[in-house]
Design a binder for this molecule. Structure first.
Ligand code: HEM
Length: 351
């Protein structure tokens, strides 16, 4: 029976099964993994990948009930949370998953940065990583706005307002994103399309490129242990490590969903501005900084910082030849992490 089915398929899809499975097993299963990948902080690369898969699955389930219209968006989220069987759980996994994805990406960046994994020949993979970070943050921003409650409506208004400050292209970009001058039903339709179609597809392609680049270069060696050649095969050890990380993440997400389920708030009301508008915590740093200095200056400073961060592998390479004794990357890394933490915590405790 099994043989007949196989023959039936092979007549219609004529592939060289034996050769293909040999090549696939060589690529997928036997890849030699350097032994230092067993350190826990190297699990921080697999974590956002697993979370991305969780986000795609839970996101697809949410679209079964979510309605992207100004009249129905909030009501459909309420319906998912309060009436659909297991709806609160799927929504909770999706909401907490987005937070954990941002946290694990930040931690993965720190790991790569402080183990100098961005240095030659991996500079372009770092740049690609920064693009991945921005696409992920835009996914979070558009997703949060889709709940269409007071907080998310006004966070979308304030967040998109900043785009206006970009010289020359700011205003046309703002209108393109909002579908007009204000945040309306047009904005919600655009955010919905970005959130469920365009951005996840782009992210999938970027992640595939990122992993291909990691495979092409191999993971960087630890400094001082460059001639350590010990490796272990991807399957079964690394595969099972990844599976355990996946199960751990799912347990953490489930616990968070049950203990701290995402709430609903009040339905969006464009004519009433709430007293305290707050974006999601990962934007606190920028939001808080812009309270201290004029918006235009803040946007310029943030742009400069992002450009330095994106091209840091090249800047670091240049500075190391000019100032071989100064650990520039330590100074930049620690300063950035401390400033980010300071402004985030400050905003957390301010009204
Ligand atoms: C969803 C987001 C991301 C995923 C799923 C991901 C996944 C991975 C994986 C699986 C590795 C192999 C080594 C490891 O597991 O630590 C890796 C390495 C790397 N990642 Fe990411 N990454 C993401 C985001 C980023 C970001 C935001 C950056 C930097 C801005 C970045 C830069 C790098 C670099 C340069 C390497 C090579 C490091 C080395 O060889 O030591 N990645 N990434």
């Amino acid at each position: 029976m099994k043989k007949n089915i196989k023959e039936w398929f092979l007549k219609r899809v004529p592939v060289d099964v034996e050769n293909t499975s040999k090549v696939m097993s060589e690529i997928m299963l036997k890849e030699p993994i350097p032994s230092h990948m067993k350190h826990w902080y190297y699990a921080l690369g697999a974590a956002p990948l697993i979370l991305f898969i969780i986000q795609v699955v839970t996101g697809i389930l949410l679209t079964f009930y979510y309605i992207p219209s100004t009249e129905m968006a909030f009501e459909s989220v309420r319906y998912i949370t309060e009436e659909v069987r297991m709806g609160f759980y799927i929504r909770g996994l999706h909401r907490w998953g987005s937070n954990l994805m941002v946290i694990t990406i930040f931690l993965h960046m720190l790991r790569v940065f402080f183990t100098r994994g961005y240095r030659k020949p991996r500079e372009l993979n770092w740049v690609l990583g920064v693009v991945i970070l921005f696409v992920t943050l835009t996914l979070c921003f558009t997703g949060y706005s889709m709940v269409y409650n007071q907080l998310s409506y006004w966070a979308a208004t304030v967040g998109t307002n900043m785009i206006k400050e970009i010289p020359l292209i700011g205003l046309p970009m703002l209108e393109l994103l909002r579908g007009g001058t204000e945040v309306t039903g047009n904005t919600l339709t655009r955010f919905f399309n970005l959130h469920i179609g365009f951005l996840p597809t782009i992210l999938l392609v970027l992640l595939a490129l990122h992993i291909i680049m990691v495979r092409v270069h191999g993971v960087s060696k630890l400094e001082g242990r460059e001639d350590d050649e010990k490796t272990y095969p991807f399957y079964p050890e690394h595969f099972y490590h990844t599976l355990i990380i996946g199960l751990f993440i799912l347990s953490v997400l489930s616990a968070l969903t049950v203990i701290l389920p995402p709430g609903l708030g009040e339905a969006a009301n464009p004519s009433v501005t709430p007293n305290h508008i707050k974006p999601e915590w990962y934007f606190y740093g920028i939001y808080s900084l812009l309270k201290f200095i004029p918006i235009k200056l803040g946007i310029y400073l943030i742009t400069i910082f992002v450009l330095i961060g994106t091209f840091f592998p090249f800047i670091d390479d240049y500075l190391r030849t000019k100032l071989p004794k100064v650990k520039v990357h330590y100074i930049f890394g620690i300063l950035s992490a401390v400033l980010f933490l300071f402004f985030t915590v400050f905003e957390m405790f301010s009204n």
